[in-house]
Design a protein around this ligand. Structure first.
Ligand code: EPU
Length: 421
C-alpha cells in the first residue's frame, strides 16, 4: 500500500496540463459496446478506474489497448453479457454497461453495485428509464437482469437529473426503434462528450448540452473516434491547491466553460485569475481567502465532486462558511480527517460549517474516498510541518499522476510504500 508524505507550505509555481476527464472516459468506454467497428478514444487518462472499466470490457469479450493516452476498443468480439460483482463492487460506473448491452444484444446481467463510502446511491432512474424503453428488468441473486427483443422509443422524465441514468438510457435509446425524449437529462459536460461520441458513430441525437435530449433510433452504429474532454474536477482541485499555497500557476488544457461555477466562487473568495478559453493563470502570492458559502447542484451548478476541496479551502479562510451538499447528503468523511490537521468544522445534516483557522498543522490522516483524498492532499500542502495521507489507493482511482504534477509545480510530496492501513 502507498501513502503520501507531504511537507507543506511550499507555494505552487509553474505550468501544468490537465488530464482527460475520468467521468467522461467511464461513459465513453462502455459506449464502444454499441459500435460495429473499432473505436478510438483520445486523451484517455491512465488511472485505476479506467483500468477497471477496461477489465470489465475484456471480461465481456471486447479487446482494449491503451497506447500512451489513446485507447482502442474493439467490442465486436463481445460474447458474454454478464458484468460480475467482483468488478462492479470496485467501481459503480460499471453499471454503465447495462444500457448498451441490453440495447445491442437484447440481454444484460449486471451486478448491483452495493454500498458506497457516503451512503445511498440509488439506481432507480436507470431501471425506470430502461423499462420505459421496453426492457424487462428482474433482480436475480443481486444482479439486475435486463431483457428485450428490441427496445422501443419512449418519453422519459427523470425526477432528478442523474449523470449515470442519463448516460445509460441514452446509450440504450440510440439503437431503439423510434424516437425517445429524455426530459430533465443531466447536462454535465461528460454526458455531452458521450452524446457527441454516439453522434460520431451515427446516432441521431438533438438537444446536446440541454436538459432535453431527443433521440431517433438507428439500426446500426459504426466505428468512431473522440477526444475525451479535460477533467474539470482535476482543474478545480489544482486551482484550489494554488490558492491554498499562495502559488502562481498556469493551468493548460481545461475548458473554462465547464468550471465557471468554481471560478466564480474562487473569485468571490478574492482570488485573482485571468482566463481565456482553455487556460487559466492564477496569482495567489500574498493572498488570503475570504470565507464563501457553497451549495452543490447539478451542472452548471457547483459540483459535488469539488465539495471536499472547498471545505479544505475554507478551513484557512478569514471567517465562517457553510458548505451544503445537495447531491449527496452524507459525503463528509473528509471532515474528521481535516480536523486532525486543526480545521474547525461542524457538520449538521447535509451542511458543514467551516470556521477558518490561521494555520493547519501536519498530521497523519486517512483517505476514505476519491474526492476526500484530494481534500486531504490540499490540507497537507497548506499545513505547517509534515502530513501523511494513508490509503491513497482511493486517489489513484481518479487522478492521473497527481503527485507528479504537484511535484512539478514545486510541492514537497512523496509516494512511500507502507504497511500501515
Ligand atoms: N439518483 C437517484 N436515482 C438514480 C440515480 C441517481 O435518485 O437512479 C440521485 C443520486 O442519489 C444523487 C443524484 O441523483 O443525489 C445525482 O446522482 P448521479 O446519478 O448524477 O451520480 P452518478 O452518475 O452515480 C456521477 C459521477 C460522480 C458524481 C455524480 C454527481 C461518474 C462515473 N460518477 O455519479 O463522480 O459525483 O455523477 O455529479 O460519472 C467522483 O468522480 O468522485 C464521483 C463520485
Amino acid at each position: 500500500m502507498d501513502k503520501f508524505v507531504i511537507r507543506g507550505g511550499k507555494p505552487l509555481k509553474g505550468e501544468i496540463t490537465v488530464s482527460g476527464a475520468k467521468n467522461a472516459s467511464l461513459a465513453l468506454m462502455p459506449a464502444a459496446i454499441l459500435a460495429n467497428g473499432t473505436v478510438k478514444i483520445y486523451n484517455t487518462p491512465r488511472l485505476n478506474d479506467v483500468f477497471t472499466m477496461s477489465k470489465l470490457l475484456n471480461s465481456l469479450g471486447a479487446t482494449t489497448e491503451l497506447n500512451d493516452h489513446e485507447l482502442i476498443i474493439n467490442a465486436q468480439t463481445i460474447n458474454n453479457q454478464v458484468a460480475p460483482y467482483e468488478l462492479v463492487k470496485k467501481m459503480r460506473a460499471s453499471f454503465y454497461v447495462l444500457g448498451p448491452l441490453v440495447s445491442k444484444f437484447g440481454y444484460a446481467k449486471v451486478s448491483l453495485p452495493g454500498g458506497c463510502a457516503w451512503g445511498p446511491r440509488p439506481i432507480n432512474l436507470h431501471i425506470e428509464g430502461l423499462k420505459r424503453l421496453g426492457a424487462q428488468i428482474d433482480l436475480e441473486d443481486g444482479y439486475i437482469v435486463a431483457k428485450a427483443k428490441k427496445l422501443h422509443g419512449a418519453r422519459i422524465n427523470f425526477d432528478t437529473p442523474s449523470v449515470g441514468a442519463t448516460g445509460n438510457v441514452l446509450m440504450a435509446a440510440v439503437l431503439a426503434k423510434g424516437g425517445t425524449i429524455i426530459n430533465n437529462a443531466a447536462m454535465e459536460p461528460e454526458i455531452s462528450n458521450l452524446a457527441e461520441f454516439l453522434v460520431k458513430m451515427g446516432a441521431k441525437i438533438s438537444g446536446i448540452n440541454t436538459s432535453i435530449l431527443e433521440v431517433e433510433g438507428v439500426d446500426y452504429l459504426d466505428f468512431a473516434a473522440i477526444e475525451t474532454i479535460p477533467d474539470r474536477i482535476e482543474a478545480g482541485t489544482l486551482l484550489v491547491a494554488a490558492a491554498m499555497t499562495k502559488g502562481e500557476i498556469k493551468i493548460n488544457n481545461l475548458e473554462v466553460k465547464h468550471i465557471y461555477s468554481i471560478i466564480a466562487k474562487l473569485e468571490e473568495s478574492g482570488l485573482k485569475m485571468t482566463y481565456n478559453g482553455n487556460h487559466i493563470k492564477i496569482n495567489a502570492a500574498d493572498f488570503s481567502p475570504k470565507s464563501i458559502n457553497v451549495a452543490t447542484g447539478p451542472f452548471p451548478g457547483y459540483p459535488t465532486d469539488m465539495q471536499a476541496q472547498w471545505i479544505a479551502y475554507m478551513a484557512v479562510a478569514d471567517s465562517s462558511a457553510t458548505i451544503t451538499d445537495n447531491i449527496y447528503f452524507d459525503r463528509f468523511a473528509h471532515v474528521p480527517e481535516l480536523m486532525r490537521l486543526g480545521a474547525d468544522i461542524t457538520v449538521k445534516d447535509n451542511s458543514a460549517v467551516v470556521k477558518g483557522v490561521k494555520k493547519l498543522k501536519g498530521a497523519k490522516i486517512m483517505s476514505t474516498d476519491l474526492r476526500a483524498s484530494a481534500s486531504l492532499v490540499l490540507g497537507g500542502l497548506a499545513a505547517e510541518g509534515t502530513t501523511e495521507v494513508l490509503r491513497i489507493y482511493h486517489l489513484d482511482r481518479g487522478y492521473e499522476n497527481l503527485e507528479m504534477k504537484l511535484k512539478a509545480l514545486g510541492a514537497d510530496i512523496e509516494r512511500v510504500k507502507t504497511e500501515e492501513f
